[in-house]
Design a protein around this ligand. Structure first.
Ligand code: ADP
Length: 378
């Protein structure tokens, strides 16, 4: 007798504990019967949806569903009653509950059946996700805005550099004409000034051409398709054969894989890295080796030289547009080559970096994601 009394007490305590848990849960909890009538709600339901408990009990649950989906909801509910199963939140759908004032509250909903003496109840747990959804919208808006402003900038760089070419050509050719036609009538100072002007205009033409080449990577690339790395490198070496011979350069390579890429841009990448390796060779004839290796889901390409090397302090700076470590008199160039390389590699979903130290040569490494369509047996 004692034992059963304490069992009843214990059951009562447990029931009260569950009631408190239910009442003070941070989510709205709503139980409906098989006919869709609300039989139980907790405090958070009142707060979230603006109703008093008595206004909800006995009402069809569709009262809490936005009008535009009420009919669909009733069908889903009937189907759910016929085949009840647990459904966790986050089905990928954006769901809303209807507030008493007619506004919509963004919610995540989990559903589960609950067997009771009066039959099966369907329990919904609603979490208010207004803030999260607002944050997601904000991020999506910002991403759109970034894509738009990036495209606009690229277009601007392209148009500006393209349109600047023509007037600059005029400045360069007329100053050259001045020098040719009136050079003999001028004194040394005047001739020197004209030389400076021609020099400046020619340099600016080079910069503008480079800027154009840089912006073309993003605006005029072709879609990636499987390309044979050996063939691309072969064509590149043909293109620069004379320059290589002139500097007595030796370029060797291992077999290269087929990758999904814009073939012209991959060629440009090889060309920039190889001509740099030749240009920054130091006092010995340049030796360059190109190889590739598959690691995880990527192909790693290596362009290794035995040249002057780079202080690790500058390893990132050299990939920034117009950044150089040398004066024009030491080594000609505008500092665009590696920025173009970086843009090409990133357009292909890869990364590029340099492994080097002064005097120990440099290895430029870039990656291209390997795809089943674009790989051969490693
Ligand atoms: P540019 O060759 O016109 O200077 P790049 O963007 O191609 O422009 O290179 C930027 C700088 O990176 C170079 O000025 C040089 O200092 C350094 N660099 C590039 N390649 C090498 C290399 N293979 N060895 C040593 N230094 C290099």
């Amino acid at each position: 007798m004692d034992g059963s009394a304490s069992a009843t007490d214990a059951a009562e305590i447990r029931t009260r504990q569950f009631e408190r848990l239910f009442e003070f849960a941070p989510d709205a909890i709503i139980a409906v019967d098989a006919q869709g009538k609300i039989v139980l709600v907790n405090e958070e339901t009142e707060r979230m949806l603006g109703y008093l408990r008595d206004e909800l009990l006995g009402q069809p649950v569709e009262l809490l569903v936005p009008e535009r989906v009420q009919a669909r909801h009733a069908v889903h509910r009937a189907d759910y009653v016929a085949h009840p199963r647990r459904r966790p939140p986050g089905t990928g759908m954006e769901l809303n509950a209807r507030h008493k004032d007619g506004s919509e509250v963004p919610v995540d909903i989990s559903l589960g059946p609950l067997d009771t003496d009066e039959g099966v109840l369907i329990v919904s747990v609603l979490r208010d996700v207004s803030e999260r959804r607002e944050a997601e919208r904000r991020i999506a808006r910002q991403a759109d805005e970034l894509i738009r402003s990036n495209a606009e900038l690229e277009q601007f760089a392209y148009v500006a550099s393209h349109d600047l070419q023509e007037p600059l050509r005029m400045v360069a050719s007329y100053t050259q004409l001045l020098a040719r036609r009136y050079g003999n009538d001028l004194d040394d100072d005047a001739r020197e000034f004209i030389r400076y002007a021609v020099d400046g205009a020619t340099r600016m033409q080079r910069l503008i051409n480079d800027l154009l080449a840089y912006s073309r990577v993003g605006t005029q690339g072709s879609p990636p398709e499987p390309v044979d790395g050996d063939a691309v490198l072969g064509r590149t070496l043909d293109d620069v054969r004379e320059a290589l011979a002139e500097s007595q350069a030796t370029v060797t390579h291992d077999p290269l894989p087929t990758v999904r890429a814009d073939g012209d841009q991959l060629g440009q990448l090889f060309q920039n890295l190889i001509t740099n390796a030749v240009k920054f060779c130091g006092d010995t004839p340049p030796k360059v080796h190109v190889s590739a290796e598959r690691r995880d889901g990527e192909w790693y390409f290596f362009v290794r030289d035995e040249g002057i090397g780079i202080d690790p302090e500058y390893a990132e700076r050299i990939f920034v547009i117009f950044q150089r470590l040398h004066t024009r008199s030491e080594h000609p160039g505008t500092g665009i080559g590696l920025a173009v390389c970086k843009k090409i590699v990133e357009r292909h979903g890869g990364r590029i970096w340099v492994e080097s130290s002064p005097g120990a040569g440099s290895t430029f490494v870039f990656t291209i994601p390997a795809t089943d369509a674009g790989q051969r047996a490693a």
